[in-house]
Structures are given as C-alpha cells and as structure tokens.
Design a protein around this ligand. Structure first.
Ligand code: ARG
Length: 463
C-alpha cells in the first residue's frame, strides 16, 4: 500500500493509503508509457515552436523523455504505485533527469487531453497489428482452400444436411467475414486517429498553442473540433470493442465448427498433436482446447464492450474519472483478439487435417441431392412446387425402404415421373450437385476458383 503524500499544497492531509491505491491506474496504464513519452515529446516540440518555451528547453524535454524511454526499455525505470498514473510517473522522472525545466512540460496541457492522446496512439498501433494478424489468418485459410476446391463437405442449415458444398467455399465464407473485420477496423481507425491534444482540461487553453502542429508530429489525420468532446469522447473505444466483438463472433463460429468436425460423430477433421490436449483420466481423449478457448474467450470481449457502453451512458461532460475504466477492458480485448487470431492461425496451419475420404463418404450417404432432383424436373417444365412435393414423397418412401436416391432404378424413377431419364444419376452425383451451383457467389467449382482469385488479389493489394 502507498504511503501517500499530500496531493498538492491545496490539500491539508494526504490520501488515505487505501484510497490512493484505489485511485491509482499505474498498475495497468504503464502499458501506455511509450505513447505517453511520444505524445509528450510532440507537445514539448509544439511548445518550443510556438515560443511558449525556448528552443533549448524544448530540446531538453525531448531528450529527457527519450532517456526515460530507454530506461523503461532496459528495465531501470519501474515506476511504483506511488506515481498514481503513468503521466505523473513520466513527468516526475523527467524533472529528476532535466531539473526544473521538466516542470514546464505540463504547460498548456491537462492529463485529460494527454490520456486521450496516449490511448489513441496505443490503439492506432494495436489496430495495425490486429489487421496484420487478420491477414495472416486469411492467408492460411486461403492456402487450405486452394487445395480443397474439389473436396466436398456436407453443407448444413439448422445443422441438418442441406446441400453438399466445396470445402474451399466453406473456408472462403470465413475469409469474407475476416475481410469485413479488416475493413471495419480500417474504418474505426479513422476515428481513432484524431488528436485531442491541446483540448486542455476541458475548455482549451490560454496559451497560443498550435494543435495542428502537435497532431501532425504524431501522425494524426485531424484534430477534435470541440475541446469538451475531445477530452470526453470514448466513441472510438466503443467502436473498437464492437469491431473486436465481431471478430470474436467470427472466430468463435469457426471454432465451434472445428469442435464438432473433430468429434467422433463427424470425423471431418483430425486434430494434430501440436494443437490438442489429452485428458487427465480418460486415456483415449484428444481434446480441441484451442477452438474451445477461442469460443470461451469471446465472452470477455463482449463483456468489455458492454462495460464500456455502461461507463459512458450517464457521463456528463467533460472528463470524469469513470473514464479511467476504459483501459483494462481495452487492453484485455487487444490482447485477447491478438492471441485468438494467432492461435487460430496456428491451428489451421498445422493443427487440423481434413479427412477427404470421410468427407467423400459423408456427402454420398444422404439426401442432400434432393433439391437437385426437384431442379431436374423443374428444368423439364414441371412447376417447381409440384416437383418439390413429388421428391418429398420419394424421400419418404426411400427412407422407409432404407435406400438412397442413387439406389433407385430407372424404372422406379420413371414411375415417379415420366420425365426422368438415365441422366438423373449424373445429375444427383455429389460432384455434379456442387458443380451445377454456378450462380454468382455459389459453390460451383468455377465460382469458387474465381472467388479464390479475388481472395488472392485482396491479400496482395489491401493495405
Ligand atoms: N489516470 C487517468 C485516466 O486514466 C488520467 C487522467 C486523469 N485526469 C484527471 N482529471 N484526474 O483517466
């Protein structure tokens, strides 16, 4: 616990040690230290450029801050909880290094615009990393899809066999979801990349600062137009958490599929030893822990989104200490999404193997070609609804007889409807059933090959 000092000369007595602990954010906002240093260096340069401090003072501040960065990286600067937060920790160390001039750093600035600046710089970088991880994962999905264009897998609706599809088509569906995630983060980035620096505590400052200059030094694309909004806006955090939640939804859906694909009842994939674990009691077990953890970790990311929305909803303008609560959920979300993307990339790269024989057997042994029988008749002029009902009856009698559609004789087909010819057998073979769905975006092999080409182009060009 902290032996707190008086907060400032305006106070008669120090904080209760437990309250000092309660108030402090250094244990987690230390993660912002390098962004805080970078932000402060830009602020110092702006103060020098505008003549608010001298050029020499500006240089001392910038190099003192750089020294803190090196000390932090080498592990010699480890601020304790008595620093309250990362901003105070850096400012205090700066004054130790450069002397009284360090006390000029906080001219024309508040921790309110400072912390907003730091959080944006942090998130901007993390979003860049997450977008790269999304692309890595897409690359692995694409590699697998490339070799499985003609591998068929049952397609489901309501988790009931519906129509067979190309395995590549299935994987490319996730490629598309991830593409949207990548784009969505790019969109969020536009609102992350706006500078609140210079908004002061809430109302701007009496100094003739140059907000555009500090923003430009930090690579911000724009600056907040309203100082109250600038210091109290956390929309960009909420937006990021929402985008992260959707990434987790997508990963979790895929994780769920891997989990049941690996179950004995499916056996569509085999888990490789590098990504599976055993049971402490059942010697035969091989468990899909990786996708289970991804599915499980989704909950905490949704929770962070919910928590942040609730933090914001009743806040009057402008800064309120509630906003300190934006960080832990944000940091945890960044860490979780990055870890899940990496784990899924490894899982798909080397942790699962599709079982083509089992898949081939699966698509041959069901009624998922029934739509194609109806389509066959519809092509011969039978109204689709009539054909649908007729095939429904055929499925029912075949089920009762323990037969599949492919087992019916040509005489039986002709008894059902005279329009059936020998080519019905070809039309209902799983391969043909898939190949025939050549409508744009469908699972037909030609469509899938085009989709693969577009996916390759996307990975090569998007940035
Ligand atoms: N640690 C604080 C936070 O994370 C920094 C800003 C403090 N501002 C203040 N007016 N107390 O939000």
């Amino acid at each position: 616990m902290v032996q707190a000092k008086k907060w400032s000369p305006r106070f008669d007595s120090p904080l209760h040690p437990q309250i000092a602990d309660f108030n402090a954010s250094i244990s987690f906002d230390i993660a912002l230290i390098e962004y805080d240093i970078t932000g402060s260096q830009a602020h110092a340069k702006m103060l020098a450029k505008t003549g608010i401090i001298s050029a020499d003072e500006g240089e001392q501040l910038v190099s003192g801050l750089e020294q803190i960065r090196q000390e932090y990286r080498s592990g010699t600067f480890k601020p304790g909880i008595d620093a309250e937060d990362v901003h105070f920790a850096v400012e205090r160390r700066l004054t130790e290094i450069v002397g009284d001039v360090g006390k000029k750093l906080h001219t024309a600035r508040s921790r309110n615009d400072q912390v907003g600046t730091d959080t944006r710089l942090y998130l901007r970088e993390q979003i860049g990393q997450i977008r790269n991880l999304i692309r890595d994962f897409q690359g692995v999905l694409l590699e697998i899809a490339e070799v499985h264009v003609e591998t068929l897998i049952p397609g489901y609706t309501h988790l009931q066999r519906a129509q067979p599809i190309s395995l590549a088509h299935h994987l490319l569906a996730y490629f598309q979801m991830l593409k949207r995630d990548w784009e969505r983060l790019g969109d969020v980035l536009k609102r992350v990349n706006i500078s609140p620096l210079g908004c002061g505590a809430l109302a701007g400052t009496t100094f003739a600062i140059d907000r555009h200059y500090s923003a430009e030094l930090l690579g911000f694309a724009d600056i907040y137009a309203n100082s109250l909004d600038g210091v109290s806006d956390r929309d960009f955090v909420v937006e990021f958490l929402a985008a992260a939640s959707l990434i987790m939804v997508h990963l979790s859906r895929l994780a769920e599929e891997v989990i049941f694909w690996s179950a004995e009842e499916f056996r569509f994939v085999r888990l490789q030893d590098s990504c599976a674990t055993g049971s402490s009691i059942m010697p035969q077990k091989k468990n899909p822990d990786v996708p289970e953890l991804v599915r499980g970790k989704t909950g905490r990311v949704f929770g962070h989104l919910q928590a942040m929305l609730v933090v914001m909803k009743g806040l009057p303008l402008a800064y309120n200490k509630d906003l300190q609560e934006d960080k832990e959920g944000l940091f945890d979300t960044v860490k979780t999404v990055q870890a899940c993307l990496q784990a899924m990339t490894i899982l798909f790269h080397e942790g699962i193997e599709f079982c083509p024989q089992r898949l081939q057997q699966a698509v041959a042994e069901d009624f998922s070609n029934a739509t194609d029988v109806a389509d066959y008749l519809a092509n011969k002029g039978v109204p689709f609804r009539e054909a649908y009902n007729l095939v429904g009856q055929v499925v029912q009698t075949s089920l009762a007889a323990g037969k599949l559609l492919k087992d019916l004789t040509i005489v039986e087909w002709k008894n059902i409807h005279p329009a059936f010819e020998e080519d019905i057998y070809q039309a209902i073979s799983p391969r043909q059933v898939v190949a025939a769905r050549n409508s744009y975006g469908g699972t037909g092999f030609n469509q899938v090959r085009e989709a693969l080409q577009k996916a390759r182009d996307f990975l090569q060009t998007a940035d």
